[in-house]
Design a protein around this ligand. Structure first.
Ligand code: TXE
Length: 481
């Protein structure tokens, strides 16, 4: 039974109240470890360590910071196999996905901000004729809070921590209690990479207690959060009256618009990924598929055929393409949407919809990738984030109809468009209500770009200098001479 510990002030510590949570391996549906169920006392300890470390860390040269972040990036790659296996066991995702996406991206997050901080500049404004010069300082905030979800555990955890540290802040971070393992392994890597004590503190525990303690701590002045929209709203209601800086990356219900003039084979290959990668547990998945009528029947047949071939199996097997969903509760939440599809929502299940029993993993949380045909864009299947291997399929006639259906949701994170028509591409890019638009691709990521959504998909942007601006306070200095 693996017992992981909090990482506070450079040391590994049990929670003060000695309360523990069970950690499940979703591929076999069994407890395989224990994690601290930390309290506000543990958060206070972490805050004090971070506060103590802030003066020296905020004064390290950019070169020193860059070197340490780069060492952490190297440490992640050096431990790729161990981290990928831990991620796959903790989350249920295929080992091949953890190895090819999650862990390399966690390293890239540190490497990117190790370089970005050495290029981060600010502005000066000469007040001509007034013998005055203004310059803007971009100073670190102090102790900041980073809270991350279970779907891409180390990938999203490091996506917050790296810019926070690069900008000179010290951090109190909490990974999801459902997938804590790689955050724990990261703390060991940081220790070995020479990150001085107190700069990064990782405290494990439940969201409504441990996470809430970070959000309501009066001296933790910025919160970077990724997770569900309802949780984001809760966090905002706590933090807003405390005037904290907030970055909220929340849910998505992303349209995948497929026009008859697209590059069909590339579109089909990518749509299988954008529909079911990570068991559909990615906020950027294209879960609402809209297809122009002339190719609708062909696409429907091909999508079913390709989905049928996806290999559902034990995450650690290299042939597995669809692993286990992250928890029993999440499996049942996703299944509940499938169960309402035909009786209550007027949908038609074209393929999938059932639990899967995987040999020698009978208690694991497995579900068929599922395709539901529906034309009612107001139904729950098309309005709510299901966050599992479930897509809806809907035909459309005109561009205006496609645009109206795509935008008719409370979310606005990303949109994927398949067309070779330039004017149409620009029209949709400008009028789709989302923070990210992919045209003839999906999930292509340049870390310099602003990342985030609008409407119920969140507030603020991560990525590149947007992240460094979030984790610093601009101060205007005006000198008359
Ligand atoms: O997220 P939560 P969950 C969506 C998806 C999923 C739903 C819930 O629809 O079904 O969110 O997923 C911590 N104060 N996404 O339960 O609850 C919690 O401990 C402070 C989309 O994982 O939002 C965890 O560390 N912290 C999302 C983190 O918040 C709190 C990815 C996320 O937990 C807290 C994951 C509180 N009051 C789920 N309550 C995306 N956009 O990628 C919880 N937490």
């Amino acid at each position: 039974m693996e017992k992981i510990l909090n990482y506070i002030n450079g040391e590994f510590k049990a929670p003060i109240q000695n309360n523990w949570l069970e950690n499940y391996n979703p591929s076999i549906g069994e407890v395989y470890g224990q994690i601290p169920n930390s309290t506000s006392e543990d958060i206070q300890l972490a805050y004090e360590a971070a506060k103590l470390a802030f003066p020296s860390w905020s004064q390290t040269t950019l070169q020193q910071r860059s070197e340490i972040l780069s060492n952490i990036a190297t440490g992640i790659i050096d431990n790729l196999d161990e981290l990928a296996k831990a991620e796959s066991i903790d989350n249920g995702k295929p080992l091949t996905l953890a190895k090819s996406v999650d862990i390399p991206r966690a390293s890239s997050n540190f490497q990117f901000f190790a370089q970005a901080i050495t290029q981060f500049s600010s502005e000066a404004h000469e007040s001509i004729g007034l013998n005055a010069i203004n310059f803007t300082l971009r100073q670190p905030i102090g102790v900041v809070g980073c809270i991350s979800p279970w779907n891409l555990p180390l990938y999203l955890f490091t996506w917050k921590i790296a810019p926070a540290l690069a900008a000179g802040n010290t951090v109190v971070a909490k990974p999801s209690e459902i997938t804590p393992m790689t955050a724990y392994l990261l703390s060991k890597i940081c220790q070995k990479a020479g990150l001085p004590k107190g700069i990064l503190n990782i405290v494990h525990g439940l969201g409504h207690s441990t996470g809430q303690a970070i959000v309501e701590h009066p001296r933790i002045k910025a919160i970077s959060f990724t997770g569900g929209t309802s949780t984001g709203a809760k966090i905002a209601s706590t933090a807003a009256p405390m005037f904290k800086k907030l970055s909220l990356e929340l849910g998505g219900k992303n349209p995948n618009l497929i026009f008859a003039d697209c590059d069909y084979e590339k579109m089909l290959d990518t749509t299988i990924r954008s529909s079911f990668a990570n068991q559909g547990q990615i906020c950027l998945c294209g879960s609402r598929i809209f297809v122009e009528k002339p190719i609708y029947d062909k696409f429907k047949k091909d999508l079913i055929q390709r989905t049928k071939k996806l290999k559902i199996g034990p995450p650690l097997e290299t042939s597995t393409q669809i692993g286990a969903l992250v928890s029993k509760a999440h499996l049942e939440k996703v299944k509940s949407y499938i169960d309402m599809a035909e009786e209550e929502e007027g949908g038609k299940i074209l393929y999938g919809g059932d639990y899967v029993t995987v040999k020698s993993h009978e208690k694991g949380y497995y579900l068929q990738p599922t395709i539901i045909e529906t034309n009612d864009t107001t139904c729950r299947l098309m309005q709510e984030e299901i966050f599992g291997p479930v897509v809806t399929l809907t035909a459309f006639d005109t561009d205006d109809e496609a645009m109206a259906m795509a935008n008719d949701v409370p979310y606005g994170l990303s949109c994927t468009i398949w067309t070779n028509n330039l004017n149409r591409s620009m029209h949709f890019a400008k009028n789709i209500e989302s923070g990210i638009v992919w045209i003839n691709t999906w999930m292509m990521r340049d870390l310099r770009t602003p990342f985030g959504g609008i409407k119920n998909s969140g507030v603020g942007r991560e990525g590149g200098f947007e992240a460094l601006r979030f984790f610093t306070e601009p101060k205007n200095v005006c000198i008359q001479y």
